[in-house]
Design a protein around this ligand. Structure first.
Ligand code: PLP
Length: 355
């Protein structure tokens, strides 16, 4: 069945050369879930729909950081976060019969909104299972983009059971927020752009949660420049990636506690091998450092960044990064400001300016 496609390229219309690349990359048996060719394919697939976000620099922040920083402003991406890249790639990769049944995910935040927006562009339904404790502004984004909200309890078990029920009832395609090859390839397009926009970068600092963003970013960056360092930034109250790297296997935590609401998920079987092999270190920061970084973004860059998005700046300013001799040669650092979906009320409370 052919579904109506709203101002969107039918995947069958994607230029022939990208289909040839696709055939090649699947027969070559990738080491990881994605590689540079799947990331380049994703970029040509999603380029007509995404923003090529700007890279901003500030002499004042460079003085504070004692390094040159290059901010990739994914907070200006459609939907307010980098998540639109992966969601768009996943949805545009579906054939018409798969797409007709729609997509489903469980997410408390930016992936939910991004998937709703990408589904709206393709003209298909997006069923979004949202836990009752999700931030209000993120639920509003899902509704704004036409996602069909299905509530679950806050536990992962309730989210998964509810999503499975929707899958059975609708036949929709499940699109996980990070542990999915199409998502990892889509997120990797950030590094393609960043290294074109600022080729002098020797280090990239990336927020980590489920690891889709850093997996794609590391695969692309290290393929373009194997000497580049890729560091993860993680909140202390959800430091499972640091613990996983230290122990050599995936660690999950019984509970997480941080203001960075986008960084509470755990690594999966597709993202873990990439994080294990390609991420050079994890910088763990406290919530107060994240709030300081958000303030700097607002006051100096004039950019509103949510806590999960500001953690890369918090990491580069943290004592644990500055004092670590391993990172003293990191001079030109790309920082992914990964999202800007912030409740103004919550911001005023965090910065202590709510009177
Ligand atoms: C703003 C923001 N930054 C970073 C991340 C982490 O992305 P990933 O789960 O792919 O590691 C998320 C995840 O939701 C996010 O919303």
């Amino acid at each position: 069945m052919n579904i109506p496609l709203l101002a969107v390229k039918n995947p069958q219309e994607i230029p022939r050369n990208s289909l040839v690349m696709e055939e090649k990359s699947t027969t070559q048996r990738m080491k990881y879930a994605a590689d540079i060719s799947s990331i380049r394919e994703a970029h040509s697939r999603i380029s007509p729909y995404i923003h090529r976000t700007p890279v901003m620099c500030s002499e004042s922040i460079n003085v504070i950081a004692r390094r040159r920083l290059f901010f990739k402003c994914e907070c200006f991406q459609k939907g307010g976060a980098f998540k639109f890249r992966g969601a768009c790639n996943a949805i545009l990769s579906l054939d018409n019969s798969q797409a007709a049944k729609g997509v489903v995910t469980h997410s408390s935040g930016n992936h939910a909104a991004a998937l709703s927006l990408a589904a709206k562009i393709r003209g298909i339904p997006a069923y979004i299972v949202i836990p009752r404790n999700a931030p209000k502004c993120k639920v509003e984004n899902v509704v704004r983009y036409g996602g069909k909200v299905i509530w679950s309890e806050a536990t992962m078990q309730s989210r998964e059971t509810t999503a499975n029920k929707v899958l059975e009832e609708t036949g929709a395609v499940l699109i996980h927020s990070s542990n999915d090859a199409r998502i990892i390839s889509g997120q990797g397009t950030i590094s393609l752009e960043l290294l074109e926009q600022a080729s002098e970068i020797d280090t990239i600092i990336v927020p980590i949660s489920g690891g889709g963003l850093i997996s794609g970013a590391a695969l692309a960056a290290k393929s373009i420049n194997p000497a580049i360092r890729v560091l993860a930034a993680e909140p202390r109250g959800a430091d499972d990636a640091a613990k996983s790297k230290a122990s050599g296997h995936i660690i999950t935590l019984p509970e997480t506690k941080t203001i960075a609401d986008g960084l509470r998920a755990f690594l999966g079987d597709l993202t873990w091998p990439i994080v294990r092999d390609l991420v050079d270190g994890v910088i763990v920061v406290d919530d107060f450092e994240i709030v300081e970084a958000m303030k700097l973004c607002l006051e100096i860059l004039k950019v509103a960044v949510e806590p999960s998005g500001a953690i890369g700046l918090a990491a580069v300013l943290s004592e644990s990064f500055r004092a670590n001799p391993a990172w003293s040669s990191c001079k030109n650092i790309g920082i992914i400001l990964s999202g800007g979906n912030l409740d103004l009320g919550a911001l005023l409370t965090l910065t202590g300016t709510d009177g």
